[in-house]
Design a protein around this ligand. Structure first.
Ligand code: HSE
Length: 318
């Protein structure tokens, strides 16, 4: 049966960037591509690539839940939905895979329905479902995004930064963001909060100016990394390996366990050194990647026959 189909690609994101806990996020050139089709009945989810063994292949899948949230808000659930997700983003790795799933489900369903939700509504729904904005906002908007939940709603701005590449290392262990957040203290010292505010602001300026010396000084967190580093095996050795091979700054990506390193050059070597250190000191496999900044965010790469599902035409594919 021919049907309405939408394909959306959503980038990975690295949240926090050291001191910017829950407010800074950077979109990266690693993608999940989700194709959503309306079918006669039932829900089918096919996961290809990262997470194909671990992510749910039924209605519990985050993409389906996100799509249902849109259908429930502006219309009604379709009788049948088919999702095929080709995943480049490893789940549970600190690279924003759950935000990518939420954003892809919301954007695809919204596109199916003719875009009843504006960009702010899409973002607010993703943030409501995720609980924090620092992955969802750059996943939707691309680039470096600052976000803050205020008494008047979510405040979000995308900040222009110099083109740059980063080295990521992802050890073969997965982390639950929920558990990593639960492990944080409910109170923090005033001095730690004050230090983080200034440093987070300077991280943004350092990225805008590609000022790696400044980045190295200010990408030092006092609110969450002191707690989370304990759950990353050989954290200290891996960070030291990054600096020894030329990194200017290193941070835990999101809630971990991936680490992100910044340097003006030599990123392949830095990534390789971090991965080798995980293998040597923690005895765990690790994968390194050199990624660019994604500046576009979530994008529709194909839409077919959205207005008239019964007369689908492959010629409509873009
Ligand atoms: N800011 C969130 C956290 C990001 O650190 O818990 C999770 O990816």
């Amino acid at each position: 049966m021919d049907s309405s189909r939408v394909r959306v690609s959503v980038p990975a994101t690295s949240a926090n960037l050291g001191p910017g806990f829950d407010c800074l996020g950077l979109a990266l050139s690693l993608y999940n591509t989700v194709e959503m089709s309306l079918v006669e009945d039932g829900v089918a989810v096919e996961i290809l690539g990262e997470g194909h063994h671990s992510l749910p292949g039924d209605e519990k899948n985050t993409i389906v839940q996100a799509a249902y949230a849109v259908f429930d808000r502006v219309g009604e659930r379709p009788s049948g939905l088919r999702i095929a997700s080709a995943n480049g983003i490893p789940p549970g790795s600190g690279l924003g895979s759950s935000a990518a799933a939420l954003v892809s489900g919301i954007v695809a369903a919204n596109t199916m329905l003719g875009d009843p939700l504006g960009r702010d509504d899409v973002l607010n729904l993703a943030v409501e479902m995720e609980g924090h904005a620092d992955n969802a906002a750059p996943a939707l908007l691309g680039g470096l995004v600052i976000s803050s939940m205020t008494e008047d709603g979510l405040a979000v701005r995308r900040v222009a930064i110099s083109p740059l590449q980063v080295a990521l290392v992802t050890p073969a262990i997965s982390t639950s963001t929920h558990e990593q957040r639960a492990a944080l203290p409910s109170m923090v010292a005033f001095g730690d909060a004050a230090a983080n505010i200034g440093r987070a602001l300077l991280v943004v300026q350092a990225l805008a100016d590609a000022d790696y010396d400044l980045l190295g000084v200010v990408m030092k967190d006092r609110l969450h990394q002191p707690y989370r580093r304990k759950s990353i095996p050989a954290y200290e050795q891996v960070v030291n390996a990054a600096y020894a091979s030329g990194a200017a700054a290193v941070a835990i990506s999101g809630a971990g366990p991936s680490l992100i390193a910044f340097a003006p050059s030599g990123l392949e070597a830095i990534g390789a050194a971090m991965a080798a250190s995980f293998r040597q000191h923690a005895k765990i496999e690790a994968r390194s990647r050199v990624l660019s900044i994604d500046t576009e965010g979530a994008r529709i790469t194909m839409r077919q026959d959205l207005a008239a599902p019964s007369s689908a035409s492959d010629g409509a594919e873009q």
